[in-house]
Design a protein around this ligand. Structure first.
Ligand code: SF4
Length: 357
């Protein structure tokens, strides 16, 4: 319990999150057949990080740690260099047509992260080195829809920016879609480590989005991610580099003083964003939701969380995975839409609100 408390406080109060460095690397042998696989192994050898072989990520069973709590945290510091076998892309409504898979998992510790339920007992981070095959598959999807544009979302299974300073996969993807006729890329991040992406030749075909929230929520529920001011500073750099910019406010979470918290967030954004960043600016709004299985996992992985997960205070909504989600009551949803939507319109009148869900 002591270790748990120490970890919690350390992560909560860690105001400058450094770029991710894995503590342990696993390599699938097939990854060494790709130039990116070889160069990543050389890079991590030079960084002095322990590298182990594994026939497949499914065979990884001996992660360090005396108990589930430690193992979970060590897994989130472990990077697997592998090959993406499934090249059939999932759909990604409402933000894009398809999810493009460059990585899975994340080093962050957001208490409400959807990956906790989707990745189950395998929360390590995987990066895929067969990126040309992934691009070829994307090309097939684009041809099916041409001459319409096809949008690909690169952050459905990971926070890809959080690991990209090491792999540069996303940077390649940005340049690939920069050259494409009918493809567009988008992704979202809670990390501010964007410098290597600023000189990518994006040709305006990538929308760079930051997931933001008010300071109270980031402080208590998003340990291990960049703070609000860091994300805003990074967003300004991204806008200066000419990328179309977007913000996802997610999850919108109602706590004592939520209106003041979100007002302050918009004020900070308004102070920082230069005029040219506001012309092609999008907002997406996602309210907090949870499922019963997610609640069980959250309480196991983050036993000290203050996250409010009381089903009786919420209304149910049927989810596409065949399970009920608990969302805010209709009146609360309306209050969120009016309050946050109103500030978006006041502060950023030229922006577009893409959806509220
Ligand atoms: Fe999950 Fe995003 Fe937080 Fe990573 S940054 S833990 S992907 S919510």
């Amino acid at each position: 319990m002591l270790l748990e408390k120490h970890f919690y406080l350390m992560m909560r109060d860690n105001f400058m999150v450094r770029p991710f460095v894995p503590q342990l690397i696993y390599v699938e042998p097939k990854a060494m057949e790709y130039s990116l696989g070889k160069s990543l192994v050389t890079k991590f050898e030079n960084m002095g990080i322990e590298i182990r072989e594994t026939t497949s990520h499914n065979q990884i069973r001996n992660l360090p740690g005396d108990n589930d709590f430690q193992k979970y945290r060590n897994a989130k510091s472990t990077l697997v260099i592998g090959v993406r076998k499934t090249l059939k892309f999932d759909t990604s409504k409402p933000s894009a047509e398809y999810a493009i898979p460059f990585a899975t998992g994340c080093m962050g510790h957001c208490h409400y992260c959807y990956l906790q339920t989707t990745m189950g007992s395998k929360p390590y981070i995987r990066t895929y080195v067969n990126i040309d095959e992934i691009f070829d598959a994307a090309e097939g999807y684009m041809q099916e829809r041409a001459p319409l544009d096809t949008r690909f979302e690169a952050s459905c299974t990971s926070d890809i920016v959080g690991v990209d300073h090491l792999t540069h996969t996303l940077k390649h993807a940005i340049e690939y879609f920069g050259k494409s006729e009918h493809g567009k890329l988008r992704f979202v991040t809670k990390f501010a480590h964007v410098d290597h992406l600023l000189d990518a030749d994006h040709k305006g075909r990538t929308r760079f989005r930051f997931s933001i929230n008010n300071n109270h929520i980031i402080k208590y529920f998003e340990p291990g991610t960049s703070r609000l001011n860091e994300r805003i500073e990074a967003a300004v750099k991204v806008a200066e580099a000419g990328y179309p910019l977007g913000f996802i406010i997610a999850p919108i979470y109602l706590h004592d003083g939520w209106k003041e918290g979100y007002k302050e967030m918009f004020e900070k954004l308004d102070e920082a964003l230069p005029p040219f960043a506001r012309k092609d600016l999008t907002f997406e709004m996602i309210q907090h939701r949870f499922t019963k299985p997610a609640k069980r996992v959250i309480e196991k992985n983050y036993p000290m969380t203050k996250l409010e997960l009381d089903e009786s205070k919420r209304k149910t909504k049927w989810g596409r995975y065949g399970i009920y989600k608990y969302v805010y009551q209709d009146q609360e949803q309306q209050d969120i839409k009016n309050t946050l939507g109103g500030w978006i319109n006041d502060y950023f009148p030229a922006s577009t609100i893409e959806y509220f869900t």
